[in-house]
Design a protein around this ligand. Structure first.
Ligand code: IDP
Length: 140
């Protein structure tokens, strides 16, 4: 079993797609082992995306990620990191495969509905960013 960290981004919450996206995630075989709804400050959003600090879109990304509540979750599945990135599709919805979460719901490369960790190592770091050990509970 592997874990990945996702965030249902503020556009997902604003569009009232929390349920629809979690449904797609669960139907794809992922188990939700941790979940909460929070509103990130600009500072916290900048910290989470610190790796992109020098990129031209960093300010836009921080403004967007702190624009409203989001829903971080830890998901568990065999091959969770790679399978989740397949499920959500390319960063830019225009380039995402048909049927992927971003192709179905995202408006732009910036406002693209979901985050998905890019490695198991980063998944563990990102999980620790949002969740304390006692908030992570397997279904059975
Ligand atoms: P990923 O989320 O598909 O792994 P990354 O390249 O790691 O994509 O970028 C992180 C996030 O930064 C993206 O999901 C998106 O919200 C935002 N982002 C990436 N590239 C751009 C861009 O060119 N313009 C605006 N926002 C961007």
């Amino acid at each position: 079993m592997e874990r990945t960290l996702t965030i249902l981004k503020p556009d997902c919450v604003k569009k009232q797609l929390i349920g629809a996206v979690i449904n797609q995630i669960e139907r794809a075989g992922f188990r939700v082992v941790a979940m909460k709804k929070i509103k990130l400050s600009k500072e916290t959003a900048g910290e989470f995306y610190g790796v992109h600090r020098e990129r031209p879109f960093f300010g836009e990304l921080v403004d967007f990620m702190s624009s409203g509540p989001c829903v971080p979750m830890i998901l568990e599945k065999e091959n969770a990191v790679a399978d989740f990135r397949t499920l959500i599709g390319a960063t830019d919805p225009a380039e995402a495969e048909e049927g992927t979460v971003r192709k179905l719901h995202a408006d732009s490369k910036g406002e693209n509905i979901v985050h998905g960790s890019d490695s198991a190592e980063n998944a563990a770091i990102e999980a620790g960013f949002f969740f304390a050990a006692e908030e992570v509970v397997r279904n059975n």
